[in-house]
Design a protein around this ligand. Structure first.
Ligand code: FAD
Length: 447
């Protein structure tokens, strides 16, 4: 079988690459050992509840992102987060503080002391420095002071990366901040001079699973090979030869011009026959992705004292709490929860709490009971509960990352037609992953 491309992995990266190629009439095979497509996307629909057990939302950064969803036929299904979702709560020093997308809300809140606010404003006078490999924490302290680092950057990193700001490298994890300093000297001045398009936080009626369904729906029949593992990856003068075996033990194979690896780096050593990956395997094995457990609960509205008038609550590490944060999906997207009920999604674990991320269900329940009672005044037993575990959740762009990226680039240069795409490279968010996959799929050679 002669194809345009073979894609290893049917997560958002693999499916967006394959569906973009298929939209151009290209031929493709997608291979994944999992029983369902979509990678980390996992929506459970049950008795009027639509619950996300993986990513919760998509962040659209401009028209191109909306256009991409349009190409997937999802334009009519986009739901924008309810305005209440615009607020983010930060639990700090026994109090809950509300911030909005407007940076001025920081000054109006009591999250920072007057000294902390002054240090934040003095950032406009800071000189430019370019520190190779600087961590997010050191950057935040250097430019904005310790309070901003501890009370704003730190919980944000908990929420986005489940990471450790003292280990994530700024130029990889937040390249836009590094660019602002380089181009404008001051981050605040840069934001003021070149305001970015407001970001939209969106979902779909029917949950993020609609993304998977839409991308799979654009693949010709017989293209997606689930419960299948590669048994050969080899390149000769005619292109890439890949063989795979399905759950029934049946072997298939194809030859293609392009090979796209989207499986996570820690799985590459299991891609049988992939000798070409040898030069990147060492760097790939150093990619950290700590465990995260997700406990989603449904309560009667009256069981929760807090008004839940926000997107969710983030918690700085120094607070010593056992959850990273809690989302309020029923506030942002009320249609996902039956009338009269609320949905709370607690994240546990991450780079600084690895043991917590691996706890038994009974321990997770105890932690969530205590934290929800303390933080939101939740009373009584939940009427619904879902628990998901991600043993390797989100790739961390730490000081190894530069070397890893270098290894990917040199391997691609050595093997024409080979591409690596996924959240392990160029951004961890779902939307940026979809964007990169789709961009690759729309330029792969055909015919
Ligand atoms: C708990 C959690 C919450 C998140 N929340 C958000 C959020 O709210 N917003 C947001 O923007 N992003 C969020 N993310 C990140 C988002 O899920 C990722 O950006 C996205 O899933 C990356 O897609 P991917 O295809 O690179 O990887 P994945 O989704 O991990 O997919 C990788 C695929 O490769 C397959 N695979 C594994 N081994 C092999 C193999 N040997 N051969 C072939 N295939 C293989 C897997 O089965 C899987 O299908 C979250 C992630 C997690 C884990």
């Amino acid at each position: 079988m002669d194809l345009d491309a073979i894609v290893i992995g049917a997560g958002p990266a693999g499916l967006s690459t394959a569906s973009a190629l298929a939209r151009r009439g290209g031929s493709v095979a997608v291979i994944d050992p999992a029983a369902r497509a979509g990678g980390a996307i996992h929506t459970v629909r049950e008795d009027g509840w639509s619950v996300e057990l993986g990513p919760n939302t998509l962040q659209l950064e401009g028209k191109a992102d909306a256009d991409l969803l349009g190409e997937l036929g999802l334009a009519q299904e986009i739901q924008e987060a309810d305005v209440r979702g615009a607020k983010r709560l930060i639990a700090s020093q026994g109090q809950i503080h509300a911030l909005t997308a407007n940076p001025r809300s920081i000054l109006h809140s009591n999250l920072l002391s007057w000294r902390g606010k002054l240090n934040l404003l003095l950032e406009v006078f800071q000189s430019r420095e370019s520190i190779h490999g600087e961590t997010v924490q050191s950057f935040a302290e250097r430019r904005f002071g310790t309070e901003v680092a501890e009370r704003i950057f730190d919980p944000m990193i908990n929420g986005i990366h489940a990471g450790d700001p003292g280990r994530l490298v700024l130029e990889h994890a937040f390249p836009s901040l590094a660019r602002l300093e380089r181009d404008h000297r001051s981050i605040l001045l840069g934001l003021w001079r070149s305001p970015s398009e407001p970001r939209k936080i969106v979902q779909f009626a029917g949950g993020l699973q609609r993304l998977t369904e839409a991308m799979v729906g654009q693949l010709p029949k017989g293209t997606l090979h689930l419960q299948s593992t590669t048994t050969l990856i080899h390149r000769d003068s005619r292109g890439w030869n890949v063989a795979w075996r399905n759950a029934r033990g049946e072997e298939s194979g194809a030859q293609a011009k392009s090979l796209i690896i989207t499986a996570p780096p820690w799985q590459w050593s299991h891609l049988v026959g992939a000798e070409i990956l040898k030069p990147v395997l060492h760097a790939a094995e150093l990619v950290e992705a700590p465990p995260v457990a997700l406990v989603v609960r449904g309560y009667e509205r009256e069981q929760v004292q807090h008004p839940l008038d926000a997107f969710g609550m983030l918690i700085p590490h120094r607070e010593g709490r056992k959850i990273l944060g809690v989302l309020f999906p029923s506030s942002s997207f009320p249609n996902n929860t039956p009338e009269g009920s609320v949905q709370l999604a607690c994240f546990i674990g991450g780079a600084r709490n690895i043991a917590l991320g691996r706890m038994e269900d009974s321990q997770l329940r105890e932690v969530v009971d205590t934290e929800l009672r303390d933080l939101l005044g939740v009373k009584g037993a939940p009427k619904k509960e879902w628990i998901a575990r991600w043993s390797r959740a989100i790739p961390q762009y730490t000081h190894h990352h530069g070397r890893f990226l270098g290894a990917l680039e040199s391997t691609e240069a050595l093997h024409p037609g080979l591409h690596f795409v996924g959240s392990f490279r160029g951004g961890i968010s779902l939307m940026s992953t979809l964007r990169r996959g789709s961009e690759l799929g729309s330029r792969l050679p055909r015919g």
